[in-house]
Design a protein around this ligand. Structure first.
Ligand SMILES: Nc1ncnc2c1ncn2[C@@H]1O[C@H](COP(=O)(O)OP(=O)(O)O)[C@@H](O)[C@H]1O
Ligand SMILES: [Mg+2]
Length: 257
């Protein structure tokens, strides 16, 4: 059967066989599939459906029809469109509302570790433009639920704020102008408005740098353990650490509407 490599992705990549996505499974994939089935049962269509495992032990998922970042180096226009950002905020709110009541299976296991506790949602944890599937100006959903796991809602929102607003430092080391900073502030609040984040937004002044540092730490730990994909991501870890510093230095009024 013909395997078609899907573009993009930082790990072993995914292939399409007869319209079905096949991807190397991990020890936590069964728990992620239970989560995807929970979303499916709730009628949520903006995530792949879990189809079990193939005879090579790879996970199988439905293919979300649309366009992805793929192997592109520059970001497409949709990655910075306001209408996409609001759809990301609404998408995340739906996921959080639907997963707040999810009961993980008894052998619960997640990439990010831990177990679902009161107050937790199950976040995608990697809902960046790299994993978005879009159709024109419509967000179809997010693929790549590998690192999904339990957290406070803010932890998941922080990663999407870093990558979509974006709050991450510019890759070329450029200084942000006042205009850029105002634009970032405007887009952060657009994301949080779309999510319906009604409590004190200044918590993100702490959570965003923590989230960026944690992501960098995981990349560095996996690289040190010899994971080739993580070794290639060391520049991303450096950017995340720089971003944590830059975001931490933003003034208080950045976070308040
Ligand atoms: N369910 C899916 N629907 C549509 N495209 C997908 C799906 N799963 C993966 N892809 C495509 O394959 C690429 C790599 O898969 P992904 O799960 O993101 O791997 P990685 O963990 O390596 O980032 C994605 O960026 C996307 O373009
Ligand atoms: Mg991916």
């Amino acid at each position: 059967m013909r395997e078609e490599a899907l573009p993009g992705g930082n790990t072993t990549g995914a292939v399409l066989i007869d319209g079905v996505v096949h991807k190397r499974a991990s020890p936590w994939t069964a728990t992620v599939h239970a989560l995807l089935r929970h979303l499916e049962e709730a009628g949520f269509e903006a995530a792949p459906r879990a189809l079990g495992f193939d005879d090579q032990g790879r996970e199988m998922l439905t293919y979300l029809p649309g366009e992805t970042m793929g192997a592109r180096h520059s970001w497409p226009a949709w990655a910075s469109a306001d209408s996409m950002l609001t759809q990301v905020g609404r998408w995340m709110r739906q996921v959080h509302d639907l997963t707040a009541g999810f009961t993980p299976p008894p052998d619960e296991r997640w990439f990010i570790g831990g177990a679902k506790a009161p107050g937790h949602i199950i976040g995608h944890q990697d809902a960046s433009p790299m994993n978005a599937v879009v159709d024109g100006d419509r967000l179809v959903g997010f693929c790549d639920w590998d690192i999904a796991g339990p957290s406070a809602p803010e932890w998941d929102l922080a990663f999407s704020a870093l990558t979509w607003v974006p709050l991450a430092s510019p890759r070329d080391g450029a200084e942000l102008s006042d205009h850029d900073r105002q634009e970032r502030r405007r887009r952060l609040h657009l994301l949080l408005d779309a999510y319906g984040y009604d409590t004190d937004r200044s918590v993100f002044a702490t959570v965003v740098p923590q989230r960026a540092r944690r992501q960098a730490e995981v990349i560095r730990q996996m690289a040190a353990a010899g994971d080739a994909a993580s070794l290639a991501l060391i520049p991303v870890a450096e950017l995340l650490e720089e971003s944590a510093g830059d975001v931490g230095a933003l003034s208080d009024d950045f976070w308040i509407l």
